[in-house]
Design a protein around this ligand. Structure first.
Ligand code: ADP
Length: 402
């Protein structure tokens, strides 16, 4: 069975084609700068090296058309007929309060998704455009939606309701939703396997640390809490996002600087000009920050320390809430690649039974592994995330349980 996974952004289409018997990715690609004078197409298959070219792509439909042409290409293609694709799995960032599980696309689902635009204005309209484009180009192939928020359906209300007047929750659906769910779901399943236990036997804290970062507390397979909230802005400090701040700061800024009365300017500042970038004045990219820390840059040092501190705070809190954990898992760009950051996060956590082995932590490899010492009560693990595969698995599950 072949499954096509599609992730549509406002100006991009990313895809991966999986052969599900061995869960092998056989073709993948990225079309960027859709709608701009020059778009770019990068793609690769198991049979051919990466190809890059500049293309003219006006909209998502044209991008999908190009992707399908490439998948069917006589020389480097991966399928002979589009009917080989059993199902298309779409990544959708926000399921709002309507979607708490993977769904098959139908008219009602599309309508509900459209109604969710106001809650996720940056992402859901682009996903919708992708769904319509796929439907147009592959009318006979079912599509399913896999939501980043769905993994959090087990969160208890005391964790997801904000202490605002209750009508904001009831009428406006303002609550914690949580994000990166597909990634936390994938690494938690993998972690349980590595621990040779079933998910409902273990307590885990999963730390997805990338440009966006989130920490999730999972008790015997059920999410209890997660650091991101109503939007992906809440929680730990991120590359360019502020993470949790005192909400009174917003009212103060609105009074003091009229420019912030325009919510797009305010959102831009909080989402794109804050975090590591805002503090350091250098960049939101952690590699640049680490380099500047090594060069003795004071503001980079502060940004770095704030980042580590905010992560430790969540780990400490979730450790307490879960009444102990079996494993702490690092994933995503920073979590997988930076031994320096893993070391800083785990430093002085031996009271919690978290001890990492320096050599294992600094060992350079890209596969999943344990990095805790033999005596560490809590296992510390690095698990490369694989959201595309998780979406393919979810799509397969949904299709076969139709
Ligand atoms: P996204 O959230 O956009 O998917 P990624 O998960 O790819 O992002 O993570 C990107 C982040 O990972 C960037 O801040 C990048 O600097 C950081 N990163 C990647 N490799 C390293 C490394 N070796 N050391 C420190 N940070 C790294």
């Amino acid at each position: 069975m072949k499954i096509l996974v599609v992730n549509c952004g406002s100006s991009s289409v990313k895809y991966a084609l999986f052969e599900m018997e061995k869960e092998k990715k056989i073709a993948w690609g990225l079309i960027e700068c859709i709608g701009l004078p020059e778009a770019f197409y990068r793609r690769q298959t198991v049979k051919s090296d990466e190809k890059k070219e500049s293309v003219k792509i006006a909209n998502h439909t044209e991008a999908v058309e190009l992707m399908i042409e490439e998948l069917l290409d006589e020389k480097s293609g991966s399928i002979l007929n589009i009917k080989e694709i059993a199902v298309v799995g779409h990544r959708v960032v926000h399921g709002g309060d309507k979607f708490f599980e993977t769904v098959l696309v139908n008219d009602k689902v599309k309508e509900d998704l459209k109604n969710s635009f106001s809650i996720a204005p940056l992402h859901n309209p682009a996903h919708y455009a992708g769904i319509i484009a796929i439907e147009k180009m592959l009318p006979s192939i079912p599509s399913v939606l896999v939501f980043d928020t769905a993994f959090y359906h087990t969160m208890p209300d005391y964790a997801y309701v904000y202490a605002l007047p209750y009508e904001f929750y009831e009428k406006d659906h303002i609550r914690k939703y949580g994000f990166h769910g597909t990634s936390h779901n994938y690494v938690s399943q993998k972690a349980a396997k590595m621990l040779k236990k079933s998910l409902n036997e273990v307590n885990l804290i999963t730390a997805h640390l990338g440009n966006g970062s989130s920490i999730t507390a999972i008790e015997k397979g059920n999410v209890i809490d997660t650091s991101m909230g109503f939007t992906p802005l809440e929680g730990v400090i991120m590359g360019t996002r502020c993470g949790s701040i005192d909400p009174a700061i917003i009212a103060y800024l609105l009074d003091k600087y009229p420019t912030y009365k325009d919510s797009s300017v305010l959102n831009d500042m909080l989402n794109k000009k804050s975090g590591l970038a805002g503090i350091s004045g250098l960049s939101g990219d952690m590699r640049t920050i680490v380099q500047a820390v090594n060069d003795g840059n004071r503001k980079a040092m502060l940004a770095f320390e704030m980042f580590i501190y905010s992560i430790k705070r969540y780990i400490g809190a979730y450790y307490g809430i879960l009444n102990g954990i079996d494993a702490l898992i690092f994933t995503a760009g920073i979590g997988e690649n930076s031994a320096f950051i893993r070391e800083a996060v785990c430093k002085n956590f031996c009271a919690l039974g978290i001890e990492i082995d320096k050599e294992k932590n600094y060992e350079h490899c890209t596969y999943e592994r344990f990095i805790s010492t033999k005596n560490s009560r809590v296992k510390v693990m690095i698990i490369p995330t694989n959201e595309e595969l998780m979406i393919a698995r979810e799509a397969k599950k949904r299709l076969t349980s139709k």
